[in-house]
Design a binder for this molecule. Structure first.
Ligand code: IDC
Length: 347
């Protein structure tokens, strides 16, 4: 009897050793894609999780030099997709489509483009409840979420500054404890100046900081996020601000990469919160050779990015062909741009 008891105990110890060895070997595998993260994940489970993905492992992000780091100060790069305007294409944001983008496309961030004008937030308050549903869905899927105050035709962000302050106060209060949220406070200022943008940004950031002291905030630069040299000697005083750089590979080429490099060399943190494979008008061809150059550039500089956009609109920057499924799109639904973006994310 004693012998069989000792035998049982030895078997259990053996099993535990095998399990420990297995867990340890998973920890050495940091390749993309990775294990699904449990909702109850604790930092002590670090070994079984790939480091490049998901909020439950990485937690609240911070800016370190020009890079983003996670809660353990490890470098992290966010790669994902931007919605089209949610006043038009919100149906494409649902549990199934987000699961595809997360599990099959390996994305860890999604950007919600909430226009201010063009039947956006300023005149269409219903958009707010759609936005909140989208944010909650993305949080439940353990993704990072960029809340994009999508100014465009408004040009100068000060035009709707009081609405912006009211909006950002509301959302940053609601999501104060959620490490998922990144605030993009003015999509693409244009026909204005850095000093105007800075005035706006300083007040909006003050509002957000009353509710959350360190979430990442992305600030646009003039000329549709191209004038990234402007803030170098006139920065916003905040440790977790990044500056937006946007490009469309059919229009913006080497000159903009050179400018971006100069900004980075001056220690200015950049976030490519929107880019497309088309011309700057969102259509008229895909420019994949130039897009590859941009991919190399972003990779070399550890830049995070979101691609424009998750829609089936008949324009070449769209990821889906007209009439595609909104919930279960497959490879045959992908446009030329869609195929290219998926291949980059899964390579
Ligand atoms: C474009 C859309 C297009 C829409 C237009 C105006 O692709 O369908 O008609 O906006 O609302 C941006 C903007 C983004 C643009 C995109 C392509 O942030 O709103 O979307 N673009 O033109 N900056 C550079 C390009």
């Amino acid at each position: 009897m004693w012998y069989s008891l000792i035998g049982e105990i030895m078997k259990k110890i053996g099993l535990i050793i095998i399990l420990l060895l297995l867990v340890n070997s998973c920890g050495k595998n940091n390749s993309f894609p990775q294990v699904e993260v449990s909702k109850n994940f604790k930092a002590t489970d670090e070994k079984i999780i790939n480091k490049n993905n998901y909020v439950s492992y990485n937690g609240k992000l911070k800016v370190n030099g020009t890079k983003l780091v996670n809660q353990f100060n490890e470098k992290i790069i966010l790669k994902g997709i931007s919605s089209h305007g949610i006043q038009w294409y919100n149906d494409f944001i649902n549990k199934d489509s987000i699961k595809i983008l997360k599990n099959e496309w390996n994305t860890n961030v999604f950007r919600l483009a909430m226009y201010t004008e063009e039947n956006g937030y300023i005149t269409n308050k219903k958009i707010y409840s759609d936005l909140i549903k989208d944010i909650d869905l993305l949080i439940s899927e353990d993704m990072y979420v960029i809340i994009d105050w999508h100014i465009l035709s408004d040009g100068n962000p000060n035009k709707h500054k009081s609405d912006a302050i009211e909006f950002f106060d509301k959302v940053s209060k609601k999501y104060a404890n959620k490490p998922n949220i990144i605030y993009e406070i003015c999509n693409e200022p244009n026909n204005t100046s850095w000093s105007e943008i800075k005035l706006y940004a300083t007040d909006v950031i003050k509002t957000i900081r009353n509710n959350t002291k360190d979430s990442i905030i992305i600030v646009g630069t003039n000329t549709w996020d191209k004038d990234v040299l402007d803030p170098i000697n006139d920065r916003i005083e905040d440790d977790n601000v990044m500056y937006a750089l946007h490009f469309y590979s059919g229009t913006h080429t080497e000159f903009l990469r050179e400018r971006a490099k100069k900004a980075l060399d001056n220690n200015l943190p950049l976030f490519v919160s929107e880019w497309g494979t088309s011309k700057a008008d969102g259509s008229n061809g895909t420019y994949l050779e130039e897009a590859k150059k941009w991919m190399d550039f972003m990779e070399q500089n550890d830049l995070s990015w979101c691609n424009w956009s998750l829609t089936d609109k008949n324009e070449s920057s769209a990821l889906l062909k007209p009439g595609s499924s909104k919930t279960n799109f497959t490879d045959s639904d992908l446009t030329e741009s869609g195929k290219f973006i998926k291949s980059i994310l899964t390579k």
